[in-house]
Write a protein that binds this ligand. Structure first.
Ligand code: NAP
Length: 281
């Protein structure tokens, strides 16, 4: 039976470490601050934003929420980002996605100055990650790597398979795993015979957004299985992309949903805000 990777506990200990770091910064008169911009009324986004503000409060990171109307123009959004870029008291800027369709999210991410881009979505940070320079790494992939590290799971020389190639999860994960000397294979919606590929994985990371997609017969005995997926079933309960009960019987390590990658994502955002603040000071 697999050991369960407890993302909730791990994230809690990371938040405690960050709280101590923030206290040390405060003693020097430095107060890390995150600005979160939300456009429109997306229900799920509201929950995510609330969780981020709670984490900031717990750690002692100052927090400013900028709530914009659904009809906000691109010009206005860029102007708001520019003001936050200039402000000395703001160290991290986050634009909560999704944003209304009439707005160009890439243009908005490009506008956030790379030094304050705590989500790691600005192309400068993405490029730095690719060439192996220090950068802000997108919080979910960063959280996955931190999990593996903290559980002393060896990455070097392992066959790592990722299902999903999104800009926020799959693609940055490729670079993070390469940096750790894994041999990386990426599957996506056009991949043929996925099970043949996943069965060769020592580390299998699943991020496609389809409940219970990965079944026991797709996993090698002793593999480490990281489930990034978040799906809601007909009863409103959260489910991952992995059939947890069955896959746990063959894997060596597995993450649950909820309580796995999710809490790590927020912890790494907090980590990035503290990093940004230190960098700017
Ligand atoms: P996304 O942008 O929708 O990307 C999904 C990826 O999965 C795409 O690359 C797609 O391939 C691939 N895919 C879709 N169906 C597939 C199939 N049948 N076989 C193989 N690959 C398939 O999703 P995302 O934003 O990366 O998110 C993925 C999941 O992670 C979602 O459940 C999301 O809610 C969750 N998530 C969790 C966290 C967290 O903090 N835990 C953070 C972010 C996302 P193509 O490229 O070919 O279309």
């Amino acid at each position: 039976m697999a050991e369960i990777i407890n993302g909730k506990e791990l994230a809690k200990s990371i938040r405690l470490e960050l709280k101590e770091e923030v206290e040390k910064l405060n003693e020097k008169g430095i107060f890390p601050k995150l600005a979160v911009i939300m456009v429109g009324n997306d229900k799920a986004s509201k929950v995510y934003v609330r969780n981020k503000s709670k984490a900031c409060e717990e750690i002692g990171i100052w927090y400013e929420e900028i709530l914009l109307d659904e009809t906000t123009t691109m010009e206005k959004l860029l102007e708001i980002i520019e003001n936050l870029n200039i402000r000395k008291d703001i160290h991290g800027i986050l634009l909560q996605s999704p944003i209304p369709k009439h707005l160009d999210i890439s243009k908005a991410f490009n506008k956030i100055c790379p030094e304050k881009d705590v989500d790691g979505f600005n192309p400068i940070n993405v490029g730095k990650l690719v060439i192996g320079e220090d950068s802000f790494v997108s919080c979910t992939p960063y959280g996955v790597i931190k999990m593996l590290e903290r559980y002393n799971i060896e990455i070097e020389g392992k066959n790592a398979v990722i299902i999903g190639r999104s800009n926020i999860v799959g693609k940055p994960l490729i670079q993070c795993l390469l940096k750790k000397n894994a041999t990386v294979t990426v599957c996506h919606s056009k991949t043929k015979n996925i099970a043949d590929i996943t069965k060769k994985a020592d580390i299998l990371i699943v991020a496609l957004g389809k409940a219970k997609f990965v079944t026991k017969d797709m996993v090698k005995a002793g593999a480490v299985v990281i489930d990034v997926g978040i799906n809601r079933n007909e009863l409103g309960k959260l489910e991952g992309d992995v059939d947890f009960e069955e896959v746990a019987k063959v894997a060596s390590y597995i993450t649950p949903v909820p309580g796995g990658v999710g809490p790590m994502t927020i912890a790494m955002l907090m980590n990035n805000v503290v990093k940004a603040c230190k960098y700017q000071n």
